[in-house]
Design a protein around this ligand. Structure first.
Ligand code: FAD
Length: 308
């Protein structure tokens, strides 16, 4: 007979790890699946974290290690190197197909996060976490008084560039849009922001440096140019990792999963947590909060079903 777990948690980022901790403490029979061989998700791409309570400054991979120690201390069953390919629901049981075997459960907490839309610029991968960032809220304070470039498209790139002007001495915004109509409030703010310079119609070819980012190489009007920068922020969009559940959930236009306040999706007992969910702030604390709420809701709903 096939084993049926109470809950299978997909993704061992901050959301999935917290769901694991709460599910275990609620005495649920659970399994946590992570496709990478390390846990922590995006924490492993973060140089330093200064906004997670309890740690005034901690490197991302060190916080991941703390999460892992916590899972081990509670004996949370974890399988790494297992990618969830597809989840289907049949007769109130979830069938979780993975790169290795198929697992079954009464509920699923899905916290697979999102991937950056990369621009494919030479040096983009090499300097990730060493001057290249995809998160202004997270990394802007490290660029106090420094020179940064923002490369991206749309209002999000402008908003992020404006945010960075509060920290950096100078922000160069390489706007990739061919044409763009700005909302009046942004137009006015751009006009009033003296340390922001917009560069249109450029082709950024290379992010360069030794150990850390030092310069950008780009062409504009057929002329090759070099710009000295300390950091490069890229905002080309987000790609939520929804493939395995896309038939079971409702999403926003951008692909983020819509849930209710219990983190439940349109499929009963399928919860979505963390950055993959439609929400206003994508951070570690909010991911952890989602994980806690979902695990608690799974426990409550499964208990209600059992006693009905
Ligand atoms: C460069 C950078 C710096 C940041 N700095 C900060 C900061 O200073 N402070 C802060 O609060 N927030 C910061 N953030 C945001 C924070 O990292 C995220 O909000 C948080 O990690 C979201 O957690 P999550 O668990 O939802 O997703 P993730 O961290 O993305 O974890 C998702 C996990 O799911 C796994 N997964 C994906 N698909 C599958 C699958 N099919 N099968 C199995 N596993 C799968 C992934 O491998 C990953 O481990 C930063 C983000 C970035 C990119």
């Amino acid at each position: 007979m096939q084993k049926i777990y109470d809950v299978i948690i997909v993704g061992a980022g901050p959301a999935g790890v917290t769901a694991g901790i709460y599910a275990k403490r609620a005495n649920l029979d659970l399994l946590l699946l992570e496709k990478q061989y390390v846990i922590g998700g995006l924490l492993n791409f973060t140089s330093e974290i200064e906004n997670y309570p309890g740690f005034s400054k901690i490197e991302g991979f060190k916080l991941s290690q703390k999460f892992e120690e916590h899972l081990k201390a509670l004996d949370v069953p974890l399988k790494v190197g297992v990618e969830v390919i597809k989840i289907v629901k049949d007769n109130n049981i979830f069938k979780v197909n993975t790169s290795q075997e198929t697992y079954f459960s009464k509920s699923v907490i899905y916290g697979a996060g999102w991937s950056f839309v990369k621009l494919g610029i030479d040096g983009e991968d090499k300097f990730l976490g060493r001057g290249v960032s995809y998160c202004a809220v997270c990394d802007a304070p490290f660029y106090k008084g420094k020179i940064v470039a923002v490369i991206g498209r749309g209002e999000i790139a402008i908003e992020e560039a404006l945010y960075l002007t509060r920290f950096a001495s100078k922000v160069y915004l390489f706007l990739l849009n061919k044409k763009m109509k700005l909302p009046p409030h942004l137009e006015k703010e751009l006009e009033n922001t003296k340390n922001l310079e917009i560069i249109l119609g450029a082709n950024v070819e290379k992010i360069d440096g030794k150990l850390f980012v030092e310069k950008l190489i780009y062409t504009k009007d057929k002329e090759k140019k070099e710009l000295k920068v300390d950091g490069v922020f890229i905002f080309a969009g987000l790609k939520p990792n929804i493939e395995p559940v896309k038939e079971l959930v409702e999403t926003t236009k951008a692909g983020f999963i819509i849930t209710d306040e219990n983190m439940q999706t349109k499929t009963p007992l399928l919860f979505a947590v963390g950055d993959i969910r439609q929400k206003v702030l994508r951070q570690i604390v909010t991911a952890c909060s989602d994980g806690a709420i979902a695990a608690q809701a799974a426990y409550k709903f499964l208990r209600q079903i059992k006693s009905s």
